[in-house]
Design a protein around this ligand. Sequence first.
Ligand code: 7TS
Length: 421
Amino acid sequence: MGTISAEPRRGSRAGFDVERVRGQFPALAQSINGQPLAYLDSAATSQKPRAVLDALSAYYEHDNANVHRGIHELSRRATIAFEDARGTVARWVNAAEPAEVIWTRGTTEALNLVAMAWGLDNVEEGDEILISVLEHHSNIVPWQLLAQRRRAKLRYIEIDEQGRLVLDDLSRLLTERTKIVAISHVSNALGTINPIERVVDAAHDAGAVVVVDGAQGAVHTPVDVQALGADFYAFSGHKMCAPTGIGVLWGRRDLLEAMSPYQGGGEMISVVEREQSTWAAIPHKFEAGTPNIAGAIGMGVAIDFLAEIGMEAIVEHEQDLLSYALERLRPIPDIRIFGPDSLSERSAVVSFTLGDAHPHDISTILDSAGVAVRAGHHCAQLVMKHFGVSSTARASFYLYNNRDDVDRLVAGLAQVSAIFA
Ligand code: 7TS
């Protein structure tokens, strides 16, 4: 299944050597404010391995050309590499075929694409769109825009005191007017892992289409879009070792084929006449203009890199770090840690406040000790409001973090406590 389960993870960490992994990320080998960098902000964006950086410069040095246009050698090479990367993504998420993989700028664009292309065609006045309080703004605002345009109604799945979806009343929230259910796989603000299959089953029973925001899900769990059963799955390359500016919308062929284009321009047409045009087949129908060729190629290389290490080993390493981090953070006086208590329900993110210290001050003090965390509302203002805070500090872990990074965070927080005592 494509989710993190509570079961013991298959695969062994025997072959996982975090120092070897770390050595492949040049940005991690630097000092910040006189201290080695402890990068704990991967939920915002991940660092990039040497293999991806090399692939980007190799592409620009040798193969740079526009895709699908020329019949000269460079264009052929660029097109092959670009389409091969699509195939790599398709295999990575177990899509039925590469044509179901649409390149976008990232999760945000992928979600807007569904809202505007599928949504404008299918949502009518009085229809309902169901999302949750746990969502990142990019899985809220596109649906608000759609609801406003169509005079549809936005409804919310609430969250409990541990930041978990309250699904007991799901059958009440889903009505015959529900057209779309849009839900995150994993929360960026709290790390909550959502039971997607349960939401998918209920939504499909109600006749709704399910859109999954996989921006954090694709990073922290093996994803099998067919097993998950959703209709669309959106994710970003930059959070999983690939460059910024490239991401993916996976969608079911029948839905993508029935949809109107999102943007018009070159590459997405079949025939253009004075008054109207016809569309190219998927995926090109949704890829107007020159795409992020280097980014797509980089994303393919990033996936090869992750696949070689193995997602199960990565997840196991992250969960080990998370467990160690919670064990070390929980005893700190006046710390408030948000999100599920149970490790099996959360991913490699720890959102917290510390006494009266403002999260921005926490982040500034940690930065002076070389520890990078994010402070703010994490583009999840509804989550902050739910917990009655305006912001939190957030440490997020990825495959290249080690226990020393956690120890550095804990030591930095001792400094924060001393300053604010
Ligand atoms: N959805 C979730 C769950 C996210 O974590 C993010 C980015 C997005 C959507 C949007 O992704 P984008 O690549 O299109 O920007 N999350 C974060 C974060 O937690 N800190 O910075 C960006």
